[in-house]
Design a protein around this ligand. Structure first.
Ligand SMILES: [Zn+2]
Length: 157
């Protein structure tokens, strides 16, 4: 299995404290989810860097890196801490899936053939891109389970 470690960039630490996100529970939940999806016989650890992008309205992952960037307000309409947390996990899982596409399945970045303007205007080039569809599907499919694992681990760690 891969044991994931999440490393925060220094300016992201206050955001995690303020939003009371338990990083250890996230690491444990992610490691368990990944082990279910991609069982392996050997064990290794993997460090992913997490960065909060203040003032940005989109999260992103740059292919071939081990860094995931999440916008500071994934759902501006979410009022409760629970809803905010869910929106954050949804973005996190989406970008994590892009990490899997790149680092596990070795998909080349040039398969994601859209640019910043496509993202901004949500064009078909972006919205219907096979790997975007896959990432949205992944987050949708696994959000409940990931959140359940997170809650269990946050109680015992
Ligand atoms: Zn995406």
């Amino acid at each position: 299995m891969i044991v994931f470690k999440l490393k925060l960039t220094p300016n992201s630490i206050p955001w995690f404290e303020e939003n009371k996100i338990d990083l250890y529970a996230m690491e444990a939940a992610l490691s368990l989810l990944f082990a279910e999806l991609e069982p392996t016989t050997h064990t290794k650890s993997k460090i992913l860097t997490l960065q909060i992008k203040y003032g940005s309205d989109e999260s992103f992952y740059t292919f071939t890196t081990d860094k995931i960037c999440i916008c500071d307000e994934p759902d501006s309409k979410a009022k409760s801490r629970r809803k905010k947390c869910l929106a954050f996990f949804d973005h996190f899982l989406h970008e994590f899936r892009h990490w899997m596409q790149s680092r596990v399945y070795k998909i080349s970045a040039n398969k994601l053939t859209y640019d910043k303007d496509d993202v901004k205007h949500n064009t078909n080039a972006y919205f219907r891109n096979e790997y975007e569809v896959d990432a949205r599907q992944f987050a949708r499919t696994h959000l409940t389970k990931f959140t359940k694992y997170y809650r269990y681990f946050s109680k015992i760690i």
